[in-house]
Design a protein around this ligand. Structure first.
Ligand code: SF4
Ligand code: SF4
Length: 583
């Protein structure tokens, strides 16, 4: 049985501050007190305590993989140390590996049955996997051990609301997952048909909590779409293109857009989603409900958005005309400026299958021919679904707009370019191979080459760029994000020379994200060497016959070509201050 402090990380809000981890000396004392370790001697205790200490240090830096490695090693010495099981469960929760959390917690409560924190984490993870009944049981056990957990009280309230929703709809909460999810989706359809869009969204949200693939349920998906226009306001009303015609596949949910506004509003949710068939009725119900609320003065995530306009929205073609795909955070690069890299690629990775949903969009004609398909990521070229989806959308006449690092050439994308149905934006952010490795692979010094599918990364990127440009030179744009580590004229000059060699016609320049958040941007907001390199880039690219684009929202005068700058000697390549590089 564990001590009271045994799994202290559970005491924190799981989405809040860093964890508290039991002190190793207390762990050692506990181990000495137990029979399990007394026979094996001091060496074994020291090994366990050492690994626990290492795991604690890694947890404090949010290095989940390293922490998990130390804890797994510890548990191979003794699989029943509740402290290690508890902390490993916490680490797995941070990694969103909920099945592993459940396994760790079950093992933890088997040896430490009074551990209220483990019961709570078990309840949370069961909930995250759609097993609401079991979640409720462990929550009840948690309260048997820890009466005053605020997190648990909030969680219990949410579960209570869910149960009351079921009862309010006349659905017996004792049913199994499939029957409850089916009943809730059907209820959502009925409410939507009846025009009660607010309650329809409640029912669809409750359905989504069970995480049962829609295709496994006995429901008629899309059967309520015919009422959508009927329940919208008539005449001119407040709405936007995204709200009317867009779906954004994002982390664990569908949204209407990827627009932020008014300090944290926007990215308006449609419904939670984890892959499988597309819950198009849930999306439509939320769309109509949001529009109705907006037009009756009720506050929503869209209220105050600069994209809203009051006009008569065309009703002749109700199909979607824009799909944004950010359903994964997987990438084979480590760009120095990327949030994923800055978080040591320890941000919880996510990836759910969009194959069935994309097939639905095309096969059921919910998507217009000529619709825009925007791929973000992670990087699309490492997505398992990208090639097939691109072929599918291209055959439907859609225009694929892909943001990629171009490390892996995708024939389907080249074919879409050849057909005039694709736009590709490739961020290279460097001229020399050395800078490319520093910026794109966050790799200091002249280390060995990085290979992707047996191809050296730098040459592979430029080869793929040339291949895409050969397919359609007018719709491939190569980008340079200006950072402290690449803002030299020499680096920029080499980048432009590389573009010319690959027969690129269009380049794009932008300062790094931290500057893009300053709006409006002024020249004095940029470091002097960055401003100088950007002006040089504009001038030299223009001289080389390239068409130059800049990120929207920036005053053109900041980047106006500077002939004097272009005449200046570029200096040696890669003359950067290594101390300014973020690894
Ligand atoms: S109004 Fe703004 S926040 Fe709402 S869907 Fe449109 S773009 Fe997104
Ligand atoms: S290619 Fe994109 S997703 Fe991948 S590390 Fe670079 S910025 Fe991040």
């Amino acid at each position: 049985m564990g001590l009271g402090w045994a799994t202290a990380p559970f005491g924190k809000d799981l989405e809040g501050d860093g964890p508290r981890v039991a002190a190793p000396e207390r762990l050692a004392r506990y181990l000495r007190m137990t029979d399990i370790h007394s026979a094996s001697g001091q060496d074994r205790i020291e090994a366990i305590v050492g690994l626990f200490e290492e795991a604690r240090a890694q947890v404090e830096q949010n290095r989940w993989r390293a922490a998990a490695t130390a804890l797994t090693k510890l548990l191979s010495i003794d699989p029943q140390v509740p402290e290690a099981l508890g902390v490993l469960a916490y680490v797995r929760y941070e990694q969103r590996r909920y099945e592993d959390v459940i396994d760790c917690c079950e093992r933890c409560v088997a040896v430490a049955p009074d551990n209220g924190d483990a019961h709570f984490l078990l309840a949370r993870s069961l909930y995250k996997t759609g097993r609401l009944h079991e979640a409720f049981e462990y929550l009840r056990r948690h309260f048997g051990h820890m009466q005053h957990s605020t997190d648990a009280q909030q969680f219990a309230y949410a579960m209570h609301v869910h149960n009351e929703t079921l009862k309010g709809y006349g659905i017996d909460p004792a049913g199994d997952r499939e029957s409850l999810a089916t009943a809730l989706y059907r209820k959502g359809l009925d409410l939507f048909r009846a025009g009660d869009t607010e309650q329809a969204t409640v029912a669809f949200d409750a359905y989504a909590e069970y995480r049962v693939p829609l295709e496994a349920l006995d429901v008629e998906v899309g059967s309520a779409l015919e009422v959508e226009e009927e329940h919208k306001p008539t005449g001119a009303y407040l709405s936007c293109d995204e709200l009317e015609h867009c779906i954004h596949f994002h982390d664990e949910r569908l949204r209407f857009c990827c627009t932020y506004h008014n300090g944290g509003k926007g990215w308006t949710k449609a419904v939670d989603f984890h892959g499988g068939a597309l819950p198009i009725d849930a999306v439509a119900a939320r769309r109509v409900d949001t529009i109705r609320k907006l037009n009756s003065g009720v506050e929503t995530d869209c209220s105050g958005c600069h994209k809203l306009a009051k006009r008569e929205w065309a009703r002749d073609d109700k199909r979607l005309n824009r799909i944004i795909i950010n359903s994964y955070s997987v990438c084979n690069f480590r760009c120095s400026y990327c949030n994923l890299t800055k978080a040591n690629f320890e941000m919880p990775g996510y990836y759910y299958s969009t194959e069935r949903a994309f097939d639905d969009l095309v096969a059921k004609d919910w998507l217009r021919e000529g619709a825009i398909i925007v791929w973000g990521g992670g990087d699309p070229c490492v997505s398992r679904e990208f090639a097939a989806a691109t072929r599918n959308f291209t055959a439907h006449g859609c225009i694929t707009n892909t943001n990629t690092n171009a490390s892996i050439g995708i024939p389907a994308l080249r074919d879409a370019l050849s057909a005039g149905l694709a736009v590709v934006l490739i961020s290279v952010d460097s001229g020399s191979k050395a800078a490319f490795y520093r910026v794109k692979l966050a790799k200091p010094g002249a280390n060995e080459d990085v290979l992707f599918k047996s191809q050296e990364a730098f040459s592979a990127v430029w080869r793929n760029i040339a291949d895409y440009v050969a397919a359609d030179p007018d719709n491939v744009r190569v980008k340079y994000i200006f950072l402290p580590e690449n803002s030299t004229r020499a680096e920029v000059r080499q980048f432009i020379d590389n573009c010319v060699e690959a027969k690129v016609r269009q380049v794009m320049f932008t300062p790094e994200g931290q500057f893009m958040r300053r709006f409006p941007l002024h020249a004095e907001d940029l470091p002097a060497d960055m401003l100088d390199a950007m002006k040089f880039a504009a001038t030299y690219a223009t001289q080389q016959g390239l068409s130059v684009a800049y990120y929207n929202y920036f005053p053109a005068e900041i980047f106006r070509p500077d002939t004097a700058a272009a005449d200046a000697t570029p200096g040696p390549v890669s003359d950067v201050d290594e101390s300014t590089i973020v690894y």
